[in-house]
Design a protein around this ligand. Sequence first.
Ligand SMILES: C[S@@+](CC[C@H](N)C(=O)[O-])C[C@H]1O[C@@H](n2cnc3c(N)ncnc32)[C@H](O)[C@@H]1O
Length: 274
Amino acid sequence: MHSAPTWDPQQYLRHTSHRTRPFLDLLARLPELPTAGPDEPPRIADLGCGPGNVTALLADRWPTAHITGFDSSPEMLAKAADHAGPTPGGGRLDFKPADATHWTPDETFDLIVSNAALQWVPNHPESFPAWIDALRPGGTLAFQVPGNFTSPSHALLGELCDTPQWRDRLGDHGRRFVHILDPADYLIRLTDLGCEADAWETTYSQLLQGEDPVLDWVKGTALRPVLTELADDPAAAADFLAEYRDLLRKAYPPGPHGTVFPFRRIFALAVKTG
Ligand SMILES: C[S@@+](CC[C@H](N)C(=O)[O-])C[C@H]1O[C@@H](n2cnc3c(N)ncnc32)[C@H](O)[C@@H]1O
């Protein structure tokens, strides 16, 4: 059993515009919410809310909504607290600890959304029935997960962790987040549950700036388990990062306009019809 990785909100927020764009694309596809009545605000859950900046965007679309961000990382929840409180449109934002692996909603939601988090949650499709049960009729479950685990950035991380030098110490830490399905599989599972479902994928050709920008990117996400494991041994962490950086430099050489870092993402949404 692994300990949970320690998250670093500042590092994660270094690539905010690239990381936010898929959420905005998901948001653009979401239908209007059912809500119980004219005087009852929409109820929204954001699972794996991270530092809360994406959660706050939900209040732009649904200004009167009561929105709760759930996350298992104390570091992320501490940062998300910056966004907590009344929203300009008369709604409310709050944040609560929860482990998505065991999260069973104890109230009714109009929308359950998750951005770039369920890849960390093994067997998350097994929770779909409970999450859809918790939706009001006409409510929506929607999520986005990275789909780039065979790309060089992630394959090289997995391979490096698996070399004799690192295997005993890091084992599968480079592959801890590979819990996603293809869009077609999400589509079938969600349709099986009686929903009107949609699933698709997009590869963003991201142009990153600065030295070793791909390393800087993964330090905020996929490298968290490795960095957590080596946190008490800075020399080993520096050695690992130097080796990984050299591999990334070859895989993603800088070009005249920056470093192109293609990133596949998978989207799914399901509207509860019954
Ligand atoms: C890549 S961040 C995404 C944060 C945010 N949704 C966003 O789009 O900016 C992944 C988040 O998932 C959270 N997470 C990972 N495993 C989780 C779990 N089992 N339960 C709840 N949150 C989890 C992490 O703590 C982290 O905040």
